[in-house]
Write a protein that binds this ligand. Structure first.
Ligand code: 26Q
Length: 754
């Protein structure tokens, strides 16, 4: 196989000239065509049993370099490209990213697809193709504005197919068409991500920003991910969307199973459906309905579906557990109404506790309850999360079905989050511990041999510096930001949510700002980077973003403080930006209120890339601590049990904290003080101030003092160059556990048995 020759021919065919005469964009297009063709030729992985990973979100990211790695031609392509005077990094910049996800759950689904293909498991992703994505975030006047993300306008990896399904609603039906994205495995094999789309979608319905006619389901169904569901029309639209996904998926799964010649009466021997949070829960009643249409009895259908489904819970926030009025379901999908009543009755036979009912006294359907009663497995996504599910949140369910509950600590794809995003670190790893870690991530532990090796520690620092310089160049070019790459990069990147407590980080920055003004100068300048989108209708999250943006300007305008302090709020945080930010991070902020972050996966990515975690004992941070030991992570804050007790007793009172501590009061009051209001919007800043002083539902002030102390400690630790590099080294060397290949192997061994 002569790749160079093939590419030259493609260049002639496509552009009428040779590779050397191509623009960067043209080279990208040629590689896209070349790789797409290779994937088309790849053989679908086929086994007697197939997994369907069904999810409302897939946060895929760019695919070119990932696909090259899987096809095993990344190095060859790089050489060819460089021979003609191009840089792979420039070519990668030509690719946009699909906007089909929002945060952790969607990114996890994509890492899982990557691992399933790498491990040669027969497994497809199933989701929706949102034409305009979540939204594109732009800051105007320090405020988040949402715009449609026209990600499909660029030629990409999405392939239309001829497959069509009819999805029936009460008074009308819609045609669902199937698109696929090939997911490369090794050795010329592949799986697929199947994305259903509405045939009659009409993008011109979108008026201001991301507002559109929410009633026009025939034309709006796959316009956006999580359309604004503040009102009834928005909530109903979500039910329309979810059923569209589930019905298309169920029809496709049964069709594929029959085509392979399997008997539906032993469905569970050939099919396993992993339900990614509650958004696709209607797959359960829909499968039952379709199997009954195929001639099964209710009992058989319920049994087969229960043995074929497994449910993953990703959150313990009550407001995120989906509940729908039964009347909406009756109105939108009456064909599921009787089945849900039946499932509720069956559940009631097993337990009469109100807490485990599918339909409650107020005629509200609890999707998670349906999942738990009618799945063979229920899993949490980190040890502490699963424990909280078992013993607190889902206690009554656990007592009913102890054998169903299990933990699968999340993981990340090392191919994307190390090999592809951090070449300078990989080069050092290759030199020191050889290449084995690429196949077996636990081999990273070998790095420990160099714990006392000054020259390797120095090289580790150099690799970090290369990445910080690279990030600065990138942010200057694409975001008009000027950062000092010799400062400490303290980074918090994740969705904006009160429980993640970006507001606590904000208060700490105010603290350093005031200290500098009092003459206390940090040894090394500090750069705080944030990346976060706030949900469209989440006012307080937007207020927090606003305050971060305003504080950034307050500091920039201060001639002295700006020498030592910088706040950068990076617009439109996405997978592509994460790939630049993560390798450049010194300090990883994982500061959620203990018990609230199910796992987190950014924490794993940052650790793997040599950042040191500043965090609470929440989610997978607990497991990071176990792995690296307390010398290599900075832990602070109240533990989950204490927090849970506060909620139970309802005895947390932020105003008492403020009254008893003038330091805290000063920081909180700064938010709505003169300096901030002179730049920002008084209403928004006051609302945030009011919230923190009177309610503070996620207990920011409870942990603030300890957080400030921990920050002082971590910045001090940074000053000891050698021991800091040793901390980096330990973090990298212990990250192997968090490979999603390990997670997926566990899902397969304990749940899927493919
Ligand atoms: C619910 C109801 C109505 C509208 C939207 C939703 C909704 C949408 C998205 C609820 C939850 C989500 C997303 C949840 C999520 O991303 N959870 C994250 O999952 C990660 C992968 O397991 C974990 O690492 C994170 O801790 C968890 O927050």
């Amino acid at each position: 196989m002569n790749i160079e020759n093939d590419i030259q021919i493609l260049s002639q065919q496509t552009w009428g000239h040779s590779l050397s005469e191509c623009t960067i964009e043209q080279v990208y297009r040629i590689l896209l065509i070349y790789v797409s063709e290779k994937l088309k030729e790849s053989k679908l992985i086929e086994k007697p049993k197939k997994l369907y990973y069904i999810s409302a979100e897939f946060l895929i990211g760019r695919l070119l370099s990932n696909n090259l790695i899987h096809l095993g031609i990344d190095q060859q392509i790089k050489q060819i490209i460089e021979k003609y005077g191009f840089q792979m990094s420039d070519i990668e910049e030509c690719e946009g990213e699909p906007s089909l996800g929002n945060g952790g759950l969607g990114r996890l689904a994509s890492c899982f697809l990557d691992s399933m293909a790498a491990l040669q498991l027969c497994a497809d992703g199933v989701g929706l193709n949102y034409h305009l994505g979540l939204f594109k975030q732009v800051f105007e006047d320090h405020k988040q504005k949402e715009y449609p993300d026209h990600w499909m306008d660029q030629k990409g990896w999405l392939i239309p197919t001829e497959k069509r399904y009819t999805v029936e609603y009460k008074d009308f039906s819609l045609t669902s068409l199937m698109n696929v994205i090939d997911i490369a495995g090794y050795d010329g094999s592949k799986n697929q991500l199947k994305l259903f789309d509405l045939e009659t979608v009409n993008e011109s319905l979108v008026k201001e920003g991301i507002q559109f006619d929410q009633q026009n389901v025939r034309e709006n169904l796959t316009l956006f991910l999580y359309p604004n569901d503040e009102n009834e029309a928005g909530q109903k639209l979500r039910i329309y969307q979810e059923y569209f996904l589930c019905s298309s998926a169920a029809q496709m799964i049964l069709e594929e199973t029959k085509e392979k010649g399997y008997d539906l009466s032993c469905l569970h021997e050939h099919v396993i459906i992993q339900i990614n949070d509650t958004h696709p829960s209607m797959i359960i009643p829909e499968m039952i309905r379709l199997l009954m249409k195929e001639g099964m009895t209710v009992k058989e259908a319920v049994t087969e579906v229960s043995l074929s489904c497994a449910y993953t819970n990703h959150t313990i926030l009550a407001e995120a557990l989906e509940k729908w009025p039964l009347s909406y379901i009756q109105e939108i999908v009456p064909q599921l109404y009787d089945i849900i009543l039946l499932l509720d009755a069956l559940a009631h036979e097993r337990s009469s506790l109100e807490k485990v009912a599918i339909i409650d006294q107020h005629h509200i359907v609890h999707m998670a309850a349906m999942d738990i009663h009618f799945s063979k497995s229920v899993n949490g996504v980190a040890q502490i999360h699963t424990d909280i599910l078992k013993h607190t949140e889902l206690k009554e369910f656990y007592e009913l079905y102890p054998e169903r509950f299990n933990n699968k600590t999340n993981g990340i794809s090392f191919r994307r989050w190390l090999f592809s995003c951090n070449p300078s670190l990989c080069e050092l790893l290759d030199e020191t511990i050889g290449q084995e870690y690429k196949k077996d991530p636990l081999q990273l532990e070998k790095l420990q041999i160099y714990y006392h090796d000054e020259s390797i520690l120095e090289k580790l620092r150099e690799a970090k510096q290369v990445n910080k310089d690279r990030l600065c160049k990138y942010l200057k070019k694409y975001h008009q930001l000027n950062l000092d790459s010799s400062s400490i990069f303290d980074i918090q990147i994740k969705r904006l949510h009160e429980y993640k407590r970006q507001q606590m980080n904000l208060l700490s920055i105010i603290h350093y700002y005031l200290r500098i003004k009092e003459g206390e100068i940090p040894k090394t300048p500090l750069t705080f980077l944030f990346g976060a989108k706030a949900a469209f209708s989440y006012t307080l999250a937007k207020d927090i973003l606003h305050a971060i943006s305003v504080l950034s300007e307050v500091i920039d305008k201060d001639a002295i403080a700006s020498k030592y302090l910088k706040v950068a709020l990076i617009e439109n945080y996405n997978v592509t930006l994460a790939e630049k930010l993560i390798p450049a991070c010194d300090i990883s902020e994982q500061i959620s209120l203990a018990s609230k972050e199910a796992s987190g996966t950014g924490n794993m990515k940052l650790m793997l890339n040599g950042a040191v975690t500043l965090g609470t004992l929440d989610g997978a941070n607990v497991e990071i601590l176990d792995l690296v030991g307390k010398e290599n992570i900075f832990i602070f804050g109240k533990e989950a049990s204490v927090v849970i007790e506060h909620y139970k007793q309802q005895d947390y009172d932020p105003s008492a904290m403020i009254q008893s501590d003038s330091d805290i009061k000063r920081l909180v009051d700064f938010l709505a003080g003169e300096e901030m209001i002179s730049i920002g919007h008084e209403t928004s800043l006051r609302r945030l101030h009011q919230e923190l002083t009177t309610k503070d539902w996620f207990m920011t002030l409870l942990d603030l003092k300890e957080y400030l102390q921990a920050k002082d400690q971590i910045y001090k630790a940074y000053e000891d160059k050698k021991s800091w590099a040793q901390k980096m080294l330990v973090n990298i060397s212990k990250a192997g556990y968090f490979s999603s290949d390990r997670t997926i192997a566990q899902y397969n061994e304990e749940i899927w048995h493919i």
